[in-house]
Ligand binder design. Sequence first.
Ligand code: ZN
Length: 314
Amino acid sequence: MENKILGLHHITAIAGEAQRNYTFYTKILGLRLVKKTVNFDDPGTYHFYYGDEIGTPGSILTFFPWEGIQKGRAGAGMATEIGYSVAKGSLPFWAKRFGEQKVKHQLVAERMGEQFLSFEDPDGLMLNLIETGTTDNRQPWETKDVPADVATKGFHSIVLTVRNSTATAKVLTDIFGYRLVAQEGNRYRFVTDAIATANIVDLVEEPNGSMGINAGGTNHHVAFRVKDDEILMAFREKVQAAGLQITEKIDRNYFYSLYFREPGGILFEIASDNPGFATDESVAELGTHLMLPPQYEKSRRQIEDVLPVIQSES
Ligand code: ZN
């Protein structure tokens, strides 16, 4: 199993105001900020990583917050809904909490035999809390407002929307080792058996759907997980052999990455477990400092001057 894709590694989305994003994900949703760094391609912008205690792959949601960015639109050629796994019986807690906190949400509904609650973050990003039908023993991060018995355990699934599902499905099955397990209307559920959690991709086919616009409140890319950078490079060959363009290996400080655009238009990444988030901060202090990669450390003063100040207490 070790040389396989191990489900989702992280999902990256675009936000507007950094403070609002931070407050929503840490205070309201109860995630841990596990890394506060900058966009390595645009160091005047933050890159926030939220997850469980140590930022276990499969629990990591990351944001580039750009102040004043225009609102995007979810649509075809994009990851359109992020699914978090929660324990059975958790949804009433969340429905009440979202009501109190004025979080835009829907009524609890059912999909693929599982109860779920849809909601939006302050930028309009679409997420679901899903009472998973399978065992999920992952240990959630606990806060004073979100106790462990109802807290998110990490990802359940990602929804990918494409106009034609054939070629995207082929990437999932032939390269990533997923298999089709269920269909509901235009929704096709793919699962990998290489890991027990964060192992679901729902492919939604909308032949006439508008293409998504990638700006505020939309997902930027979806990263799939491999054990280490050696296996990462084996996948690079597989992707190339399928006739797709893929980047060189990129050092993201906390993991190694490859990026390629799948035929449906969605930016995929493959990312390694190594080295992880506790390399430049202790587990106890994760997310408490602005961490910069070596190439930007000499510009720390200038970078700190342009980044908005984040108030972590409230
Ligand atoms: Zn990424």
